[in-house]
Design a binder for this molecule. Sequence first.
Ligand SMILES: NC(=O)c1ccc[n+]([C@@H]2O[C@H](COP(=O)([O-])OP(=O)(O)OC[C@H]3O[C@@H](n4cnc5c(N)ncnc54)[C@H](OP(=O)(O)O)[C@@H]3O)[C@@H](O)[C@H]2O)c1
Length: 302
Amino acid sequence: MRAVTVSDIGAEPELTDQPVPEPGQGEVLVRMNAAGLNPFDWKVIDGAVPGTVFPLVVGTDGAGIVERVGPGVTGFQPGDPVFGQFGDPRRGLGSYAERAVAPVDTVAPPPRTIALSEAAAVPTAGTTALNLVDRVGDARRLLIVGATGGVGTFATQLAAARGITVVATATADKADLMRALGAAEIVDHSAGPIADRLAAPVDAVIDLVSDTRGLRGLLSAVSPGGTVLSPVFAVPEEGLPGVDAANFLNEAGADRLERLAREIDAGHLRVLIGDTVTLPQAPDALARSREGRARGKTVIVI
Ligand SMILES: NC(=O)c1ccc[n+]([C@@H]2O[C@H](COP(=O)([O-])OP(=O)(O)OC[C@H]3O[C@@H](n4cnc5c(N)ncnc54)[C@H](OP(=O)(O)O)[C@@H]3O)[C@@H](O)[C@H]2O)c1
C-alpha cells in the first residue's frame, strides 16, 4: 500500500510502499478515505514519542471504511464508516496511508452530515478543544491564543456555544472568519503585545502557541486566580504567579468523538478545512505546518 513514511528521527517524509498492517486484538483495519494533519505529526517525526519504530507511517487522525476486524471486536463490522485516531508510533503505524489500524476505543461512527474527508480533520483538534473548553467551563471571558488554527477554531465555537465571551487572536485577514465562528473580540497578535490591547481582563486563557516567556507576558491581562492552560507545555514546574496554570495533555476517545459528531450533526460545530492535499503532497503540507501559519485544518485525501 502507499504510505507517507520517515526512515528515522528527523528524516524527510516520503511516499513509499508498505505492507498492509494486521488488525490485532480489539482493532479494526480501515481503508482510509483521508487523514487529518496535526502539528503532533511532525513532532513525532522529530522524536517526541520515545520508542518510535521506523520506518514510521506518519499521522494520527483519519477516517475511512472498516475493511476487516481483529479478534474480540464486536461494535464494528466491515463496511462501517469510522473516524478517529490511528497513530501508534511504537509500532511504526500511522494514518497517512491507504490502510491503517486503530483500537476500537479510539474510533467512532463519523458525523452523518459531513464528508469522510472532513471528518478526518476532527479527532485530535476537536477532542483537544472539547477537553480544554470543559476545563474552563465556568469562565465568563476566555482568551484563546492561536485561535485560528485547528484546535483554536473548534475551541472558539465550543466556548461561544456555552455563552463564554471569546477573545480570539487573529491577524486582520482572519478576523471576519473568527467572528463568524463566535469570537466576540479579536486581538491581532502581530500588532504588539496581546495583554496591552484587551478591552478588559479575562478569567481564563487557552494558549496554543506561547512559550513560558509569552505566557508570563499575558498574566497582566488575567484576573487573579484565573485559569491558564498550555497544551504546548509552557507552564514551568513552579507554576505562574497569581493564576491557576497547568500544562494540558489531551485524552481523546470514542466518547469524545461521539460528542463531537453530535455537535457537528446538530449544526453547532463547523469543521474548517483550510487546505486539502493528496498523499504525494503530504510532505510539503507537513513542512507548511511547521511554519505554524494554519487557517483551520489540513486534510490529506487518500
Ligand atoms: N498537549 C496536547 O495534547 C495537544 C493536543 C493538540 C494540539 N497540541 C498542540 O497545540 C498547538 C496548536 O495545535 P493546532 O493543531 O491548533 O495548530 P495549527 O493548526 O498549526 O495552528 C496554529 C495557529 O497558531 C497561530 N499562531 C502562530 N503564531 C501565533 C502567535 N504568536 N500568536 C497567536 N497565534 C499564533 C497561527 O495563525 P497565524 O498564522 O495567523 O499567526 C495558526 O492559526 C500545536 O503545538 C499542537 O502540537 C497539543
